[in-house]
Design a protein around this ligand. Structure first.
Ligand code: HEM
Length: 444
């Protein structure tokens, strides 16, 4: 008999299904860690046929699950399978040699040097947004404002500047597509995609709309050469010289919208909210920005110590990806417990980041800890907002620079006044604030 990690008592029929219905799963499972330790196991559905899941939050176990020679894989995991089914096989959802090819071709577009080239575009959009926020002179929903800003930035990056019409269309449909994927991955009853039910038809229409949008851009002979799509058309595999087809580019673009927009928005929203709630930190960060003069380039951004620490501490408390999942392709051992082949594993970044052995007073917002020990100098696998191992975030440099430049732009121009201290979040695959978060921006 395998020695499975302990866990709460299961309902004889449905197992631990009620524990998966919380709107904030990461928070729910944090409570289970407190009761059952760093690694626990759950079962969704009846004994023998229910899906088994092992959840862990130790740096070693997470490193083992996500590492290069891991017995765990994305293949056969319900979320990645549903993602592939709906949005195709871009980098996020590809496996094996196909994934290796894609990563080789795409990596040069996301290096620190390449990300630095995106700075003027990010700055322009940030200045526009802050000017609008200050002029509003009324409470704004921080969540919607920042989501819109990161969406126009990602569309500028992908399609070339000034295609706000595309941002509007993506905004209209993408939430529906994301919810559809989650429903197909974890819903109790997954019907064929052609089922003629109104809600499935609506979801399918949203999928077709986002595909049509990218196809339109690809069909246009004028794809801006400086845009991501333009560069991808010219990119080739450094090993084999193979080029990327238009169909592959389309899947890639959809992945970048899906993986790159909500995540950056959550981190930035929570950073601004936390600055609004901690005026003393905000005033020190604003002084830092003022002392540096205009923060316009990647080089300027590197000199932002406190502002970068604010971003890192925000992603510790509110990791946009609160964890990730894999499936055991063969029998494995995690944190000393058996994990039979076929079991799902969840690496719980939310709880890793709140482990009191790693972060004293884990619930407190203390950017100073990242001034004292920067994110890059921390012990291995103790701080993982961008994941770990070969499948870690390809967009990390781009996202960090984008957030630094936006925070610096806001701090230079405005004071953020938080109108609520209540910051509930939802978490399924990604984490998002579950309320609008009203704020005011006062000219500085
Ligand atoms: C604050 C912002 C971001 C956060 C917190 C974040 C987080 C993550 C995490 C944790 C993973 C690993 C998932 C796993 O192991 O299953 C990941 C993967 C990925 N991210 Fe990000 N991400 C962010 C921004 C971006 C941006 C801006 C892009 C692209 C424009 C992007 C594209 C991707 C892709 C394509 C993958 C899959 C990589 C692969 O499998 O090779 N992300 N991200």
């Amino acid at each position: 008999m395998p020695r499975l990690a302990p866990g709460p008592r299961a309902n004889p029929l449905i197992g631990h299904l009620p524990l998966a219905t919380s709107s904030h799963i990461a928070g729910e499972w944090q409570r289970l860690h407190l009761d059952w330790g760093d690694t626990f196991s759950l079962r969704f559905g009846p004994p023998l046929i229910g899906r088994r899941l092992t959840v862990t939050r130790t740096p070693e176990a997470i490193g083992q699950i996500l590492g290069a020679r891991s017995p765990f894989t994305k293949t056969g995991h319900p979320f990645f399978e549903a993602f592939r089914d709906v949005l195709g096989t871009g980098l996020f959802s590809a496996y094996g040699e196909d994934w290796r090819f894609q990563r080789r071709v795409l990596s040069p577009l996301f290096t620190a040097k390449q990300s630095a080239a995106y700075a003027p575009l990010v700055r322009r959009r940030a200045e526009e947004a802050v000017a609008r926020w200050i002029a509003a002179e009324r409470p704004l929903s921080l969540r919607s404002e920042v989501l819109r800003l990161t969406l126009v930035i990602v569309t500028d990056l992908l399609f070339g500047a000034g295609r706000d019409d595309l941002a509007d269309r993506l905004e209209r449909h993408f939430q529906t597509v994301s919810a559809y994927i989650i429903e197909r991955a974890f819903g109790p009853l997954v019907l064929p995609r052609r089922t003629p039910l109104p809600h499935i038809r609506r979801q399918e229409r949203a999928v077709r709309e986002v595909y049509a949008l990218v196809d339109e851009v690809l069909a246009g002979a004028t794809a801006d050469e400086d845009s991501f799509i333009g560069r991808l058309r010219l990119a080739e595999d450094p090993d084999t010289g193979r080029r990327v087809t238009d169909a592959e580019i389309r899947d890639q673009v959809l992945v970048f919208v899906a993986a790159g927009h909500d995540t950056t928005a959550t981190a930035l929203t929570m950073a601004l909210q936390l600055l609004g709630m901690h005026p003393e930190v905000q005033s020190d960060a604003a002084d830092e920005v003022a002392a540096l003069g205009p923060v316009e380039t990647a080089e300027d951004a590197q000199r932002l110590r406190l502002t970068t620490a604010v971003m890192d501490e925000t992603m510790r408390l509110y990791p946009s990806a609160p964890g990730t999942g894999r499936r055991a392709a063969e029998d494995a051992v995690v944190d000393g417990w058996d994990v039979p082949a076929g079991t799902m594993a969840y690496t719980n970044f939310w709880s890793l980041h709140r482990h009191p052995d790693l972060y004293p007073h884990p619930e407190a917002f203390r950017p100073q800890r990242f001034v004292d020990v920067p994110a890059t100098d921390r012990p291995r696998h103790t701080y993982l907002p961008f994941g770990a191992g070969p499948r870690s975030c390809i967009g990390a440099h781009t996202a960090v620079l984008e957030m630094q430049l936006i925070l610096a732009t806001v701090l230079a121009r405005a004071e953020v006044v938080a109108l609520t201290r209540d910051t509930p979040v939802r978490s399924d695959i990604t984490l998002t604030p579950s309320v609008p978060l009203p704020v005011r921006f006062r000219r500085r």
